[in-house]
Design a protein around this ligand. Structure first.
Ligand code: ZN
Length: 284
C-alpha cells in the first residue's frame, strides 16, 4: 500500500490575480507543473499510489485559493483513495468556524496551513491559536508547509520549523506534520520531531536537491528519527515514481566513498509507512 501524504489539486481558476502566477514562472519555470486540476491529479498521481492526501489552500495573500468544497467533492467521489485536507486563513475572523464547517459538514480530515503563503505568524495567539484549538478539539492533524518558498512577500521567519515546538507545547494532543522537512532548516525539524511525540515530517519535494537531502537523511539517522518521516511528493511538483527513484539515488553519496551510508531499508520503511494510522485518519 503506497500512501502519498502530500499532493495538490490546483485548477487554473484557483489562481486569483496574477501575482502567484508570476511567482510560479519566475520561481524556476515550473508554472506548467503547478497546475493540476483533479482530472490531471487522478490520471497521473492516482495511477501510481493507492491513497493520496490532497490539500486545500486558503491563501489569498499569495493569490491562491483552493476551496475546501473542491477537495471535499473529489474525496466524496473516491472515499477509499482520496483524503482531503481543509485549509483556512487565520487572518479571517471566522477561520476556526470555517474549519469546523469543513470537517463536520464537508467531511474533510485534516488541516493544511502555510504561513509563508497565508501571511500569519504561527505563534500569533489572536489569529492562529483559535484555529489550533479547534483542530485539537476536532481531533484532526495539521500539515504545515514549513520552509522556504519562492513567493516573494511571505516572511521567511513565519516558516521556521522551530515555532512548531511552542505550538506543540501549547497543544500537546494536536498531531502535526512538517512538510519538506522544513527545508532549508531540516535540522530544526529533526530535533523537533525527536522531542515532540505528536510531530512528524514528510520528505516531499526534497530529492532534487540531492546533496542537501542526503545530508538531512544522515542527520535524521544520527538523531534516530527516520521512523517519524512520511512519504510525500508535493504532486504536481514531483510524482511518486520520481520521488522514490530520487530517494534511492541519493544513497550513491555513501556508496564506496567513505561518507555515511543510508541503507535502502531506511527509505523502504518511509515509503511503506502508513501515515494515516499515525495521524488518526480513517478512510471512507
Ligand atoms: Zn505542498
Amino acid at each position: 500500500m503506497l500512501i502519498d501524504l502530500h499532493t495538490h489539486v490546483n485548477a487554473p481558476e484557483h489562481l486569483i490575480g496574477t501575482k502567484f502566477m508570476e511567482d510560479c514562472i519566475r520561481g524556476g519555470g515550473r508554472y506548467e507543473g503547478m497546475i493540476a486540476d483533479r482530472e490531471r491529479h487522478f490520471t497521473e498521481e492516482m495511477a501510481q499510489v493507492d491513497v493520496a492526501c490532497i490539500m486545500a489552500l486558503d491563501a489569498p495573500a499569495s493569490g491562491l485559493v483552493v476551496p475546501n468544497e473542491y477537495c471535499a467533492a473529489y474525496q466524496r467521489d473516491y472515499p477509499d483513495r482520496i483524503v482531503g485536507f481543509a485549509s483556512v486563513d487565520p487572518n479571517r475572523a471566522d477561520a476556526a468556524d470555517g474549519l469546523k464547517h469543513a470537517i463536520t459538514e464537508l467531511g474533510l480530515k485534516g488541516l493544511k496551513l502555510g504561513p509563508i503563503y497565508q501571511h500569519f505568524h504561527p505563534l500569533d495567539e489572536k489569529k492562529a491559536y483559535p484555529v489550533y484549538e479547534m483542530a485539537q478539539q476536532l481531533g484532526i492533524p495539521i500539515l504545515w508547509h514549513m520552509g522556504t518558498s519562492f513567493v516573494e512577500k511571505g516572511p521567511l521567519e513565519y516558516t521556521r520549523p522551530i515555532h512548531i515546538d511552542r505550538v506543540a507545547l501549547d497543544f500537546p494532543n494536536l498531531k502535526q506534520v512538517i512538510a519538506h522537512l522544513g527545508h532549508p532548516w531540516e535540522a530544526e525539524t529533526i530535533v523537533l520531531i525527536r522531542k515532540q511525540p505528536n510531530v512528524w515530517a514528510d520528505i516531499s519535494a526534497l530529492y532534487y536537491r540531492p546533496w542537501q537531502f542526503y545530508n538531512s537523511m544522515v542527520l535524521a539517522m544520527e538523531y534516530k528519527v527516520t521512523h517519524k518521516l512520511f512519504f510525500g511528493t508535493d504532486f504536481p511538483v514531483t510524482t511518486p515514481q520520481q520521488t522514490i527513484a530520487g530517494c534511492m539515488a541519493v544513497r550513491r553519496f555513501g556508496e564506496g566513498t567513505g561518507l555515511p551510508e543510508i541503507p535502502a531499508s531506511v527509505f523502504e520503511d518511509i515509503i511503506h509507512r502508513n501515515p494515516l494510522e499515525a495521524l488518526g485518519i480513517r478512510l471512507g
